[in-house]
Ligand binder design. Structure first.
Ligand code: HEM
Length: 300
């Protein structure tokens, strides 16, 4: 099989194709959220059209590149994982519909979280290939291991934060307590722990779920600022530095838009910007984290 690394023309085309796919994933995600926030009732049609477009935009170029031998084996596997997870996501939607749960008119917060995590995972598979094809291996630097561990921790908390974001959205928890930093006139509402058993409050009580999401967001922001201050002086190479700057800017933007979304009482424009911000922040963190891996370090 012809190796993609040696083929500049295919490389460029694949990057353009995958960038279009990533943009379509973002558009589909925002469309679903817009439908949910505005109760426009178009959800089923919009959902089918956007998923169908995505499927075709994937399948036709994929078959072409595959038949031309333009994809390496790891890239093919990664692309197929993304594709089959996309199918699984569609199947999950149909399954929910088939067993009549769709009639509840809204998804539960758990379903919303599964849907969002699947979307981010699929997005991350395509982004990783774009990164391999455009950035490639980077120089080593003395603080790399320390930075990798720090980013690993921030990455994990970001994952949890995004799941809690979906919980806030699914429980419609953003419609209550539209003040910041206090939740109305208290730091934590008394009924944030009123469900029994206690653990249930952490995943099903809107007051507690919102409390966790808002403060984990602030803590993540502080974590990224400390990380940025610690590693900004490191000689990590231009591309990595750019990803670090992007992560820093995106956490500040994302946290601010989160606060504005809440205090604007869920203005759909801000809520959509907040969701897009989560995707961009996730993309920056993933790209920066991957660039710190040993396998992405130039061998000398
Ligand atoms: C690192 C910071 C943050 C990340 C990554 C993040 C991520 C997310 C995500 C992924 C959602 C779900 C969007 C959806 O599915 O529609 C969400 C929802 C939400 N977030 Fe955040 N968030 C962050 C910080 C904050 C902060 C600091 C606040 C407020 C103080 C906040 C308030 C909200 C609200 C009110 C919603 C519900 C929006 C809706 O119903 O569509 N977020 N967040």
């Amino acid at each position: 099989m012809k190796n993609l690394e040696d083929n500049r023309s295919y490389r460029r085309k694949i990057v353009v194709w995958l960038s279009i796919i990533c943009s379509l994933i973002a558009v589909t995600m925002l469309l679903e959220t817009a439908v949910r926030l505005t109760h426009s009732g178009l959800s089923d049609i919009a959902w089918r059209i956007s998923k169908g477009t995505l499927g075709l935009t994937f399948m036709i170029p994929f078959s072409f590149f595959f038949l031309r031998g333009a994809l390496s084996a790891p890239q093919t596997i990664r692309l197929l994982i993304g594709f089959f997870l996309g199918i699984a996501q569609v199947a999950l939607g149909w399954f929910i519909e088939a067993i009549g749960l769709w009639n509840r008119s809204t998804l539960t917060h758990y379903e919303l979280a599964v849907d969002l995590v699947l979307t981010l995972f699929i997005f991350s598979q395509f982004l990783k290939i774009i990164q391999d094809l455009t950035v490639g291996p980077q120089v080593d630097f003395p603080e790399r291991t320390k930075a990798r561990i720090g980013m690993g921790i921030l990455h994990s908390f970001l994952g949890i934060q995004i799941i809690y974001g979906a919980f806030v959205a699914g429980l419609r928890a953003g419609y209550a307590f539209n003040s910041f930093p206090k939740m109305n006139d208290t730091w934590i509402p008394s009924h944030a722990t009123n469900q029994i058993p206690l653990w249930r409050n952490f995943v099903e009580n809107p007051a507690m779920v919102q409390f966790i999401h808002r403060w984990m967001g602030i803590l993540l922001g502080i974590g990224v600022i400390i990380f940025y201050g610690t590693f900004i002086g490191a000689k990590m190479g231009r591309s990595r530095k750019m990803f670090l700057h992007m992560t820093f800017v995106m956490i500040l933007v994302q946290t601010s838009i989160g606060i504005i979304t809440l205090t604007s009482k869920m203005n759909p424009a801000f809520a959509l910007a907040h969701q897009l911000g989560a995707l961009l922040l996730f993309g920056s963190v993933q790209t920066f984290s991957l660039s710190l891996r040993k396998s992405n370090v130039l061998k000398v």
